[in-house]
Ligand binder design. Structure first.
Ligand SMILES: *Cc1c(COP(=O)(O)O)cnc(C)c1O
Length: 376
């Protein structure tokens, strides 16, 4: 009999959290309430006291950040083509135009050496993405942003728990004009099942952020209300916030365990087989994902099937998004961003989550070698 199937990720929710969720369900108040406020306070403490508001997703946080930054029709926003498509979709959502900058083939993050050349007079903001939890160089990023007067909206969906030279992602690296967006989707390092949080710059009105979160509604003490801005429906529930509060207690342990497991991958993947490994960063990265590039010439679909046959789940995060039909219609095409395209075709996410055992990593490595022999 084969060992149980190993998924590429799996959330860890402890019994105390499950009991707390049950308490919320029995309480009579299950949508946004005291648990959301407590979760926002915990996140704010983690982010060095900065204002934080919770949302229903990391997509909603990005969209609201763009609106708060005043980005709209006629503006351009710079980002990476190698990310979850949400990062670019929100730019279109607010009526702006995305400008992509190719990635650095080593970090797989936006190539900051190419950023300045892409800045146009109508560029309002840049959205860097910390792919797999490896932070974009914050020193270099903010030096460029400051020089050109760009707003930074950090898409830190994958880097909650990561840091840059000892300073947690979520704290301020700029001069307080930066937003940080987190996602708490089920697959992220800290989850609320679905959810997100937006860390606000000092010059942004938190009240407006709250109105954009729910229909633009402003409430008055006499029970009356008014709407003077178009908001969405992006609030987090107390059920979800309770999961987040339970997860916060384990964040440091989750990150430490992920780092250990990542180290084990470096020890057991045979470099002679031609897999390209991620940067061996055990100080900054939270190891949200462990991603290899398949050797050239290997068919990824066949390889994924071979891994599955051996009981190993893998993922693809992500194909270069400018080659999706919607973006091709905007004029993007093959050859625009060669590094993102090459990585997008060969990248594979291996199993990595805190409750994995060292032996699971060995199993994955054995399956990698066997699947490669079969595919060659
Ligand atoms: C998950 C993710 C998002 C979107 O988060 P949701 O909570 O799923 O809306 C945005 N950007 C990146 C890089 C992500 O990984």
């Amino acid at each position: 009999m084969s060992a149980t199937f190993l998924p590429f990720t799996r959330p860890s929710i402890d019994d105390e959290t499950i009991a707390e969720v049950a308490n919320v369900l029995r309480s009579g108040w299950i949508t946004s309430g005291p648990k959301v406020l407590a979760f926002e306070a915990a996140l704010s403490a983690y982010c060095g006291g900065r204002p934080v508001r919770a949302f229903s997703s990391g997509t909603a946080t990005l969209e609201v950040a763009l609106r708060l930054a005043g980005v709209g029709a006629g503006d351009t926003v710079i980002t990476t083509p190698l990310t979850w498509v949400a990062t670019a979709n929100v730019i279109l959502q607010v009526g702006a135009t995305p400008i992509f900058v190719d990635v650095d083939p080593v970090t797989r993050n936006i190539d900051l050496g190419k950023l300045e050349a892409a800045i146009a007079p109508d560029t309002k903001a840049v959205i860097p993405v910390d792919l797999a939890g490896l932070p974009v160089d914050r020193d270099r990023l903010y030096a460029i942003a400051k020089k050109h007067g760009l707003r930074v909206i950090e898409d830190a969906a994958q880097s909650f728990g990561a840091s840059w030279h000892g300073q947690p992602i979520g704290t301020s690296f700029g001069d307080m004009h930066d937003f940080v967006s987190f996602s708490f989707h089920a697959n992220k390092n800290l989850t609320t099942s679905e959810g997100g949080a937006l860390v606000l710059p000092a010059d942004i009105d938190a009240g407006l952020c709250e109105r954009l979160r729910v229909q633009g509604v402003r409430r008055f003490p006499d029970g009356g209300m008014d709407v003077d801005v178009l908001g969405g429906k992006f609030n987090l529930t107390d059920i979800a916030a309770t999961i987040g509060l339970g997860q916060m207690k384990h964040l440091a342990a989750f990150t430490a365990r992920r780092r250990e497991l990542a180290r084990h991958y470096f020890d057991c993947i045979d470099p002679a087989r031609g897999f390209e490994l991620p940067p061996a960063d055990f100080g900054n990265s939270n190891w949200h994902m462990f991603q290899v590039l398949l050797p050239n010439g290997i068919d990824r679909g066949t390889f994924i099937a071979a891994m599955k046959e051996r009981g190993i789940g893998v993922g693809v995060h992500y194909p270069a998004l400018h080659l999706f039909s919607l973006y091709r219609k905007l004029g993007f095409k093959e050859g625009n961003f060669p590094h993102a395209e090459d990585i997008g075709r060969r990248i594979l996410t291996l199993p990595l989550f805190p409750t994995m055992l060292d032996g699971d990593i060995d199993r994955v490595c054995t399956a990698l070698s066997a699947s490669l022999s079969e595919n060659a």
